[in-house]
Design a protein around this ligand. Structure first.
Ligand code: DOR
Ligand code: ZN
Length: 358
């Protein structure tokens, strides 16, 4: 079930294990077509539900497109998989509040994704004017539909390592003031300052943290040479930020939960003169989170972060069933074939101290 190979079958009796309610991934890119079929089984092997990102080409902006995409995802699931895709709407300057409300009322989508236009992959059609988005955000506030925000400045003159901080100060804090009842997830938090902003606005604001931002810092991107498979947006920050993220997720605070941001791209598109942003962490997410909680002596808080906090924020019940992780070395596959190329797996082939037992 873990889709990882264990090094040895003779498990010593006293190996630490952790059993959790089945966890959810509140931020996942499953893509479409051949890529969707290749990566979907990995997310379904780890998570019971996932919030599916809408940044397809073209983006998912209508109720009909989201419903059709949900069907394609379900059709791509392996036999016997038990995975519920939770869909999102891609916000633009032209989003109609009535369409937002219709998709939410019909339970097609559970949230809307706000990409500042140009901030990241397939975001050029995103939102240019956050103030002008008020009628949409007011409607969402009224119906209790969360905004999932990619928090980075799109000003090209802002240093890339400062883009999250600048967005938070110049855009997010004013938005939270303008829309005092809006539920917001600040996605893939990467700085110590954003951690504090999430805490200061909880419980209506939450933050997700990826596995890779818990184990990489900005130096990792250049360790021994350029590491394109560690490049994602927001880019990993200094070590002090990584440590703050580890403290946040293991704090037990209800405002932090899983969002892996698993974002597969073909090897050819990553290992290129202008490589694209995104880390495929779908096959090694739980193993990596478990390792972090273990290293921080916080395995007793892992279930809250993985399986309870996100469901509570979204007003959903926790999942039935459990998953068990075990501190036995294993390793994931190096890459997932997709047509005539492949997707490199984050920490693939590396010895991983934690494995999924079933
Ligand atoms: O690194 C990233 N990749 N960050 C994003 O926000 C988007 C994602 C993608 O879709 O590839
Ligand atoms: Zn993402």
């Amino acid at each position: 079930m873990g889709m990882t190979e264990l090094f040895d079958d003779a498990a010593p009796k006293d190996v630490p294990t952790v059993t959790l309610r089945r966890p959810d991934d509140w931020h996942v890119h499953l893509r479409d077509g051949a890529m969707l079929r290749a990566v979907a089984p990995f997310t379904a092997a780890q998570f019971a539900r996932g919030i599916i990102m809408p940044n397809l080409v073209p983006p998912v902006t209508t109720v009909a497109a989201a419903a059709a995409y949900r069907e394609r995802i379900l059709a791509a699931m392996p036999a016997g998989a038990d995975f519920t895709p939770l869909m999102t709407c891609y916000l633009t300057d032209a989003t109609d509040p009535d369409e937002i409300e219709k998709g939410f009322a019909e339970k097609v989508w559970v949230a809307a994704k706000l990409y500042p236009a140009g901030a990241t992959t397939n975001s050029h059609g995103g939102v240019r004017d956050l103030v002008a988005l008020a009628p949409v955000l007011e409607r969402m506030e009224r119906i209790g539909m969360p905004a999932l925000i990619h928090g980075e400045s799109t000003d090209p003159s802002v240093d890339i390592f400062d883009r999250e901080a600048v967005f938070m100060e110049q855009s997010l804090l004013p938005l939270l003031k303008r829309h005092e009842g809006l539920k917001v997830t600040i996605e893939h938090v990467t700085t110590a300052e954003t951690v504090e902003i999430v805490r200061a606005h909880a419980p209506r604001v939450a933050g997700t943290v990826t596995p890779h931002h818990l184990v990489l810092n900005r130096t990792s991107l250049f360790q021994g040479g350029l590491r394109p498979h560690y490049y994602c947006l927001p880019v990993a920050k200094r070590e002090r930020h990584r440590l703050a993220l580890r403290a946040a997720v293991t704090s037990g605070d209800a405002c932090f939960f899983i969002g892996t941001d698993t974002a597969p791209h073909l090897r050819n598109a990553k290992e290129a003169a202008c490589g694209c942003a995104g880390v495929f962490v779908g096959a090694t997410a739980l193993q990596t989170y478990a390792q972090v909680f273990d290293e921080e002596n916080a395995l007793d808080r892992f279930e809250a972060f993985a399986s309870l906090n996100g469901a509570a924020f979204h007003g959903l019940a926790p999942n039935a069933g459990t998953i068990t992780l075990v501190r036995r070395p294993g390793r994931a596959l190096a890459a997932v074939p997709v047509e005539d190329d492949e997707v490199v797996v984050f920490r693939g082939e590396e010895p991983l101290p934690w494995s999924i037992a079933g």
